[in-house]
Design a protein around this ligand. Structure first.
Ligand SMILES: Cc1cc2nc3c(=O)[nH]c(=O)nc-3n(C[C@H](O)[C@H](O)[C@H](O)COP(=O)(O)O)c2cc1C
Length: 335
């Protein structure tokens, strides 16, 4: 039985599961596999060196799926920021209907995309940021709890609180992000008021994820305790896989007398992190992963994964309903 939530209705997808933007993972192979499996796949704009490369990647993805897919555009602090307006323009020109935005000061990009009629799913880690995004006119929020992989924010609020706060305070629909891997998680998110879930780490451990097999296996082998929070000192906290380099970065961060970012810069180099996914050496550099690794025990295809999530979620919802026995004169058949 297909789901019927604000998300599935707005996007025309079968299962209310989004594959979040993932730097150096969110290529056409990943996005098309998720969309073909009935979820929403997202290309990650900044895995492409230029806006023109993004245009090619969008076109390549179109040859791999007939189903809707979107693009993630992440706005992060950088010495020389990418030309976000040009990336957004390519997204508009190529007719992409849904964009996941994330990061700092998204106002200009959101306004540009909304003016073109794009549906915006904005990801954030606090209710305050969610409310600002609502004012900017976004259509959906993706509420990213402290469990999540990558930028966790600085307030450390886990999804049990954050999602209910979202339900109590937000005027637009939201999905739950961070810590999801299975159908019980989806059912729980729906019960807390979300209209779907967003997953990152779980999709890395799939057959189609375009990363080295050793890294998929490292995720399967890892526990929920195998992440490190890096760069807190600079208020840019990221949850990373707890390998030798991430641990060394944390040690420097904690003991540095100067507090200069240069002291850790080499450890957290994105270039070395990118190589990890290619050479399969999990200790070659830092890479992003979430606590949800503790719930990941296999490497299915995206199709198998989403079919299983659908089955498990429907099962969990039914079982929970059966926990309630109506009393009194009301006939069961009327409920
Ligand atoms: C390898 C990796 C790279 C990521 N890169 C980005 C990114 O570039 N932009 C972004 O908005 N989120 C990024 N994320 C976060 C995911 O989109 C998603 O919010 C997060 O993974 C959810 O937590 P989960 O891993 O527990 O499912 C990344 C996550 C992973 C695992």
């Amino acid at each position: 039985m297909p789901f019927n939530t604000e998300l599935t209705r707005a996007l025309g997808i079968r299962v209310p599961v989004v594959q979040g933007g993932m730097q150096w993972v969110g290529y056409a192979e990943m996005a098309s596999a998720v969309s073909n499996a009935g979820g929403l796949g997202l290309l990650t704009a900044l895995t492409q060196p230029t806006p023109e490369d993004l245009r090619k990647e969008i076109r390549r993805c179109r040859t791999m799926t007939k189903s809707p897919f979107g693009v993630n555009l992440t706005l992060l602090p950088a010495m020389v920021p990418p030309d976000y307006a040009a990336y957004a323009q390519v997204i508009i020109d190529e007719g992409i209907k849904i964009v996941e935005t994330a990061g700092n000061s998204p106002g200009p990009v959101i306004r540009q995309l909304k003016a073109a009629g794009t549906t915006i799913l904005h990801k954030c880690t606090t209710i305050r940021h969610a409310q600002s995004a609502v004012k900017l006119g976004v259509d959906f929020l993706s509420i990213d709890g402290f469990e999540c992989a990558g930028h966790v924010g600085e307030h450390d609020i886990t999804n049990f609180i954050l999602l209910s706060r979202a339900r109590q305070t937000l005027s637009i629909p939201f999905i739950a992000s961070g810590g999801f891997a299975d159908g019980n998680g989806l059912a729980a998110a729906l019960a807390l008021g979300a209209c779907g879930i967003n997953m990152g780490t779980r999709f890395m451990a799939t057959v189609e994820a375009p990363i080295h097999q050793n890294i998929k296996q490292a995720i399967v082998d890892a526990q929920e305790t195998d992440t490190e929070l890096v760069l807190r000192r600079w208020r840019n906290t990221s949850r990373l896989f707890a390998n030798k380099v991430a641990k060394a970065a944390v040690a420097v961060e904690r003991t540095s007398q100067t507090g200069k970012f240069e002291e850790v810069a080499e450890y957290v180099s994105g270039k070395r992190g990118r190589q990890v996914f290619i050479n399969g050496d999990k200790d070659f550099g830092v890479w992003t992963a979430g606590q949800v690794m503790g719930l990941i025990h296999d490497i299915p295809t995206c199709k198998e994964l989403l079919a299983r999530i659908e089955r498990e979620a429907v099962d969990a919802l039914k079982k929970n309903l059966a926990l309630y026995e109506p009393e009194g004169p009301v006939e069961k058949s009327k409920l």
